[in-house]
Design a protein around this ligand. Structure first.
Ligand code: SAM
Length: 234
């Protein structure tokens, strides 16, 4: 269960109304039962339910069960697509261990707006589901050109290019080696020529191909992060 409160032995952790509903009405837990909690900073704790009401409740931290993990320094830059597919991208990025996800508006992006707070809630649920002790941060949307204007060249960009003229991702990542990375996935219509040209001219950009077929953007995001984790993750 993700909570905001600081976690340490004996600390009382208040539950929000939805959390109380989930624990006591859906999961049928009661006072005296145990629950695992994390806040993204203090690791994972075994906590005891000390108050169980319909609308509220509280836990008390008993012992730390896992140290705070440090996620790989990997960002996902993704062009938002249709709502359900954008949700899928964020959920899978969180499960696959990305530290941050940034919605990026490119020339051919059709989605008109994204709600980062909604996507952040999806990232928290994914962390709860997959046992992360950190929460993937969802950043405010950026325009691709602005993002590249201020880009830190120390962070390499795994540019997933549907033109398929680049080397295969596994080989290119192995050659480039570890460090801070971002994986960039385009929209349904792909990248515009000038966007791809600009990206290819940046020294920190590593163009890659994800295989011989054109993948949907959501599939491409999951494939790129999986490949990155298998080559450069721990
Ligand atoms: N029309 C499909 C859709 O509706 O989702 C295809 C979208 S594809 C153009 C979206 C993005 O996925 C591309 O911009 C690229 O970043 C990535 N992608 C898809 N297939 C790829 C491949 N074989 N190699 C590298 N990147 C790929």
């Amino acid at each position: 269960l993700f909570v905001e409160a600081p976690l340490q032995a004996g600390a009382e952790v208040p539950l929000s109304q939805p959390q109380a509903h989930y624990l006591f009405s859906v999961m049928r837990r009661e006072a005296g039962d145990a629950a695992l909690v994390f806040n993204g900073r203090d690791g994972e704790w075994l906590a005891e339910i000390v108050r169980a009401g319909r609308r509220a409740g509280a836990l008390v931290c008993r012992e730390r069960t896992r140290a705070q993990e440090r996620p790989a320094d990997l960002e996902l830059l993704f062009a938002p697509v249709k709502k359900a597919r954008t949700d899928f991208i964020v959920e899978k990025a969180a499960e696959l261990g990305a530290a941050r996800a940034v919605p990026v508006f490119t020339r051919f992006t059709n989605a008109e707006r994204v709600r980062p707070e909604r996507l952040q809630a999806i990232a928290i649920e994914a962390a709860e589901q997959c046992g992360r002790t950190s929460v993937m941060q969802v950043a405010a949307p950026r325009r691709l050109d602005e993002l590249l204007d201020g880009w830190d060249p120390a962070r390499r960009i795994m540019f997933c290019d549907e033109r398929m003229t680049a080397p295969s991702a596994a080989a290119a990542l192995a050659e480039a080696g570890p460090g801070p990375w971002a994986a960039l996935i385009g929209p349904e219509g792909g990248f515009a020529e000038d966007e791809a040209r600009r990206l290819r001219q940046m020294p920190c950009v590593v163009p890659v191909t994800l295989g011989p077929r054109i993948l949907r953007a959501d599939t491409a995001a999951a494939a790129a992060l999986t490949l990155w984790q298998s080559v450069l993750g721990d």
